[in-house]
Design a protein around this ligand. Structure first.
Ligand code: ASP
Length: 343
């Protein structure tokens, strides 16, 4: 569904303003509740992109907007086919001479996964900026309109070649690093260890650093329609091997394990994962702590058992990278470790 929408409240845009495509996918930013004081009991993804844009004053003075309703979902239900569709649409828009940047509205729940997926697979240097909201559009003090205004402002002003950005609560994050850290607070996104790339406020955009790892045009990954099955398990007190064994029987291609601390594993789980690796399942160790890196354990564990270290990627982002790597034909712990060390 690609329906162009012109925000009715926008003034006629100056012909020199940047042309920004706004792709809406649903989420709380497009959510509605029965009354304005309700910020938890709402339905996500029910408000259309035209209404979202109408709620943002001054957009027409920042950019010429072309809007598309790509989907209307709660992002907790993100299907892999929509990832493919979204990435392909962003690629088509970036390739167009009529588009200077892309903004994507999304639910907060899986925003960090979609953002990293796009960071690795969209091919262009024009700004791609994602945003979302913690409060539904119907709420008192809804955060969506300002986040959307700021995302368009970033897309209209960011320098080229910074990969996929996330504009949220005045901060600008790198897609690789950003993660949701709160169930309810409007300041729900952080980039642990490294911090935000910059900030946006009152029309001003400032970057303080750049992402170093390859992305977009420098990434070897391309979007495809096939998604190798990769699942996530966790290590915790008393964990059994039941989940890992069931996943192997189900034929998964990879397992990311959210380990304790530095990706450490309960001995029972480690044995189950070692058995899975021996059967050709790719095993990636990440951490459940939410920040920090997972050191490669060398000969003692990773080397002997055929495991890969996720480095600074959290389990959900590690899963995205592992799916792309397996889809691209990377096989074996050494080749996969190289991928994780690079991206
Ligand atoms: N469940 C919602 C979603 O991810 C949450 C949000 O957008 O804040 O779509």
């Amino acid at each position: 569904m690609n329906t162009p929408v012109t925000p009715s409240s926008s003034p006629t845009p100056a012909h020199t303003l940047p042309r920004i495509a706004v792709l809406a996918t649903g989420g709380t930013i497009a959510g509605a509740a029965p009354d304005a004081t309700n910020t938890a009991g709402y339905q996500a993804g029910v408000i259309g992109v035209g209404q979202l844009l109408d709620a943002v004053p001054g957009l027409g003075a920042i950019a010429r907007i072309h809007a598309e309703q790509v989907a209307s979902i709660d992002s907790k239900d993100m299907p892999l086919a929509l990832w493919t569709q979204l990435a392909q649409r962003v690629n088509a828009l970036l390739a167009s001479d009529d588009v200077d940047g892309v903004v994507i509205t999304h639910g907060t729940d899986t925003l960090e996964e979609t953002a990293y997926l796009l960071h690795l697979t969209v091919k262009g240097t024009k700004p791609v900026v994602m945003t979302a909201a913690m409060r539904p559009a119907s709420a008192l003090s809804a955060d969506g309109p300002l986040n959307l205004l700021n995302a368009v402002t970033v897309a209209a002003n960011a320098a080229a070649g910074q990969g996929v950005l996330v504009a949220f609560n005045n901060r600008i994050h790198c897609a690789r690093d950003v993660t949701k850290v709160s169930t309810y607070a409007v300041d729900a996104f952080q980039s642990p260890e490294v911090g935000a790339l910059g900030w946006v406020q009152d029309g001003r955009v400032e970057f303080q650093r750049r992402a170093l790892r390859p992305h977009t045009v420098d990434s070897a990954f391309v979007i495809g329609a096939q998604w190798p099955q990769v699942e996530i398990v966790a290590s915790y007190a008393g964990v059994s091997r039941a989940a890992v064994d069931a996943l192997v029987v189900a034929g998964v291609r990879g397992i990311v394990v959210a380990g304790t601390g530095n990706g450490s594993l309960h001995a029972t789980l480690q044995q189950a994962l070692a058995d899975a690796a021996a059967q050709g399942v790719a095993i990636v160790r990440a951490s459940r702590t939410g920040s920090g890196h997972v050191m490669r354990n060398g000969a003692a564990q990773d080397g002997a058992l055929g495991f890969v270290s996720a480095g600074t990627l959290n389990p959900y982002k590690a899963r995205v990278l592992l799916m792309l790597a397996l889809a691209a034909g990377h096989a074996g712990a050494a080749a996969l470790q190289q991928v994780f060390d690079t991206y």
